[in-house]
Write a protein that binds this ligand. Sequence first.
Ligand code: ADP
Length: 532
Amino acid sequence: MDSIPLLTDKQLIDVLNLTKVATAIHVTEDAVIQTANQAMLDVWGKDSSVIGKSLEAALPELKGQPFIDMFKRVWNEGLVISGTDTPADLMINGELKTIYFDFEYRAVKDEAGKVICILHTATDISERYFGRQREQTLMEELATTNEELAATNEELASMNEELSVTNEEVSESYAALRELNDNLAESRNELSFAIEAADLGTFDLNPKTGKFVGNARLKQWFGLGADDEIDLANATDNIAEEDRQRILAAIDEAMSFRSGGTYDVEYKIIHPHDKKEIIVRAKGRTVFSDDQKPLRFSGTVQDITDQKRREQYKDDFISVASHELKTPITSLKATLQMLDRLRDNPGDPAIAKLISQANRSMNKTTMLIDDLLNASKVNSGQLDLAKTNFLIAELLRNCCSHIRAEGRYHLNIEGDLDLRVYADEHRIDQVVVNMVNNAVKYAPDSFEITLRIDKADNFARISVIDHGPGINPENVMKLFDRYYRSEHAGAQFSGLGLGLYISAEIIKKHGGKIGVDSELGKGSTFWFTLPL
Ligand code: ADP
């Protein structure tokens, strides 16, 4: 053993002092520093002058901290006290700093169990501690951020939901808008269809320029070219002279704010090329600016020529009807006055003549009233047919007894005398009587009147033939119109111009045809057919 060189105590301590672990040895309960290696001195922030001093004297900043007491207990009770992550406030380079340690104070005992020193080891874990602390804070921050993120996420999700609802609403509104748009386009199309169907002209005037736009119908009526804009002056040139000034004044009036901007007039247009005349009704309205200036004047024009003609016919008809009714009533009145004078002479032979004269007047009045009633029935669509099966020749034989009785005219019946039809006998009788009456009225010198029955295909054709003056071919088409009477008829013959119109309606209702073949100077054949 002698050959092995042993280190002295001092050497041993010097070697020990080289360890990286901070190490110190304390003695007594005041923890007097026996030795402290460099690592421990670094921890403490002191130099070797602390060696030999009590802990309290060496590190006065430890006063009030638990360590000095711990050393006391370790010394007195022979304990080991250790701690981890324990903070200690130490004065380092003149500055009080909190350092974190893992430490151990270990009582070192002799063989008898008596404490001889305290082995003090310490590791500065401030780095680790703060690292962990930072980690912790970071974790906490992360957790908070995470929480915030989750909240944000939730908000986003609900926003997303709202957005998708809004999106749905938007797409619904869009669809509705599209539908509205389609409807609008459609109604515009309808509208223009309606304008076309109603045969309306339209105009839209710019008061500033005096130019206006019109549809094709309007241009056609005014004989204007197809180019879009029309000059107001050009257009009004085609208004009939007698109406022109009145219409220009009405347009001016419609464009003045105080008039309220309405326009409703009737006037005649004379086509510049073919000179055709039409009567129109124009209605319009002006739109004014805030300062009461006319911005646009637009409206529609309607051809009312037929309507005007019908109104004229009606007016004429009423005067004819009154006149026609007045004639037999006047003669009836005269006859009755004469009868009155003969009241005291009951045996006077004139009385019988006067009575039959009064009857004739009464019959005329009754016939006129019947015509009026029948015409109004036809007009209101109340002409009902009561059909039966009958022999046409039989009907012709029995009709017109008033004419036969008079004996002036001879009624010939010829043709297919066995032909039967399924029709309204009373109404067909009315048609035949009207034709025979007309023959007597308008061909008074043709004493032979022929009633003819023919079978043609699936129709029975019945004709009333006279040898009178005949009818002007120009007028043939109009005879069956309501209220038509040829000009001479008004003066010479009584009648309302309704007989042939009513007849035509009766035949139409049976599914047959009605017409006339006539030659001026030779006579007329009025005919009608009935389906078999
Ligand atoms: P009304 O006899 O009341 O005038 P109608 O409708 O029966 O009405 O006849 C229409 C017109 O047809 C008559 O006004 C007459 O001018 C013409 N007319 C009818 N029958 C004859 C006839 N047989 N010959 C010539 N003209 C006729």
